[in-house]
Design a protein around this ligand. Structure first.
Ligand code: ADP
Ligand code: MG
Length: 470
């Protein structure tokens, strides 16, 4: 084993790789020509197989002859690891079918092959990085809903591959800014020379390209191409569900990039744990770094986004209209933007300024407007009945949990289903400040995201209000 190590050390480009991957190996036993080595973990085993297979094979054959066989014993096994015993050294020298061998990376240890560089250069030339320059940090509005995701994205764009946020996974529902944020990482890193080769690709496109590559006998070039990227951004990885072949390819690309300290950024429409039909070893890798979510934006963030978009278009709208959109479009930033675009388009087509009634008319189909006839008194009654408390409780000063929650729910419902302003609502419910009402609306919005119980309460109150207003 010592002799093997000498050969391996000579064959490696840097001492660090040797220290990392070979020093921890313990030779366990030698029987006949079969050597068993112990590696610390499944991950170790995979990394060695992936990156140092040919070197290891050469060393063993040199020392033990061509009949050498190797077995791995994995010290700590991952919960669902595959059988750890592997004998991959062929018994005879000579040609073996490529399928029988693990894929050997043509540029292990970060050395790029000419072929891969050429392919990459072609692609860069043809398609650039596929990044859309309009997605930037500068026009991404920060809020409580995207705090962590935004901070992590910024950090990764400054030092790609160098933090422990590798991979960085951003998840969240449709239209909440995943694509915007992960492309902003790419644009920032590229423009500030933090990463040379940046590649943005949707999972769908990746899959199609991969399938095409196989059909055209270019799978090797395909792999080589992606393994040369410095910052790889893959959008909507839920699309990889049940695509086994593609997952295997991703697995190898991931290993190569991760080991070479290249940054990987992924987005998903769900938490990683909820992805179905994705190999365990991939799922676990996806969770090596940092996972951050994008929540539904709260009222203030919705307003800020609208303001921002207006500025970008050098347009203005009446406060009441902004409030109307921000109050009613709660579930999706893309739709929020859509409303604005619709209004601005109509305004410019008709060359007239827009007031609230006209805005409501234009957005009639997009916005399910608050009921016309629900009053603040109805809300008070409905909430009191539902929670079994008195109007004095709601209007009073009690900070008891149930009462405080009912009070917030009353303010929330009033904002949602009546036409009252924050100020009016605050005054009605115990002479409170309008900012207290804004806070209550946001608090309930946020709770509703997380708790089904809260969502049910909202729905039940809404139902009762609708009946009352008939
Ligand atoms: P997703 O990929 O999650 O479906 P997108 O990134 O496509 O969502 O976002 C939808 C639209 O909303 C885009 O036009 C995007 O620019 C915009 N958007 C999303 N989040 C923000 C934000 N925090 N600030 C500004 N614009 C945003
Ligand atoms: Mg997207």
């Amino acid at each position: 084993w010592k002799k093997c190590l000498d050969i391996i050390r000579d064959g490696l480009h840097n001492l660090q790789s040797f220290k990392t991957w070979f020093e921890p190996i313990v030779p366990l036993k030698l029987s006949g020509q079969e050597l068993t080595i112990q590696v610390p973990s499944q991950f170790f085993y995979e990394m060695i197989e992936e990156n140092y297979y040919s070197l290891l094979k050469r060393a063993l054959m040199e020392v033990m002859g061509t009949g050498a066989k190797l077995r791995y014993s994995v010290l700590v096994q991952a919960a669902q690891a595959e059988t750890p015993v592997v004998a991959r050294i062929p018994e005879k020298k000579g040609k073996h079918t490529p399928a029988a061998l693990p894929k050997v990376i043509s540029h292990a240890n970060g050395k790029q092959t000419k072929e891969a560089q050429d392919l990459f250069a072609n692609n860069v030339h043809r398609f650039e990085s596929y990044l859309n320059p309009k997605y930037r940090f500068e026009n991404f509005v920060k809020g409580d809903c995207n705090d962590l995701a935004h901070a992590a994205a910024k950090s990764v764009s400054e030092t790609p591959g160098k933090s422990s946020f590798n991979p960085l996974v951003i998840y969240g529902g449709v239209g909440l800014g995943k694509t915007h944020l992960i492309q902003a990482i790419g644009n920032h890193a590229r423009e500030n020379n933090k990463a040379k080769f940046v590649m943005y690709v949707s999972s769908e496109k990746f899959t199609i390209e991969f399938v095409n590559a196989i059909q055209n006998n270019q799978a090797h070039e395909f792999s080589a191409f992606y393994r040369n990227v410095d910052l790889l951004i893959i959008d909507d990885i839920q699309f990889f569900e049940r695509k086994e072949k593609t997952q295997e390819e991703i697995f190898h690309i991931f290993n190569t990039l991760h080991q070479a300290n290249k940054q990987i950024v992924l987005s998903s429409d769900r938490p990683i744990k909820e992805l179905k039909g994705i190999e365990e070893r991939l799922l676990s890798r996806f969770q090596w770094g940092l996972t951050a979510d994008l929540q539904l934006p709260d009222y203030e963030t919705r307003r800020a986004i609208l303001q921002r978009k207006l500025e970008e278009n050098s347009a203005t709208l009446d406060e009441s209209i902004i409030d109307f959109i921000a109050t009613n479009m709660t579930s999706n930033i893309r739709e929020l933007e859509g409303c604005l675009v619709k209004l601005l388009a109509t305004a410019s087509l008709n060359a007239k300024s827009i007031d609230l009634p006209l805005a409501k008319n234009i957005l009639r189909d997009s916005v399910r407007e608050r009921s016309q006839t629900v009053t603040i008194e109805m809300v008070e009654k409905a909430v009191c009945e539902y929670f079994g408390i008195s109007a004095n409780d709601i209007k009073g000063k009690s900070r008891k949990k149930e009462i405080a929650f009912a009070r917030q729910m009353a303010m929330y419902s009033a904002k949602k289903w009546t036409k009252s302003s924050f100020k009016t609502i605050g005054l009605h419910f115990g002479g409170r400040d309008h900012s207290t009402v804004i806070h209550a609306v946001n608090a309930i919005d946020k709770n509703a995201d997380r708790s089904e119980e809260v969502r049910n309460t909202i729905e039940e109150l809404h139902k009762r209000l609708e009946i009352m207003s008939l």
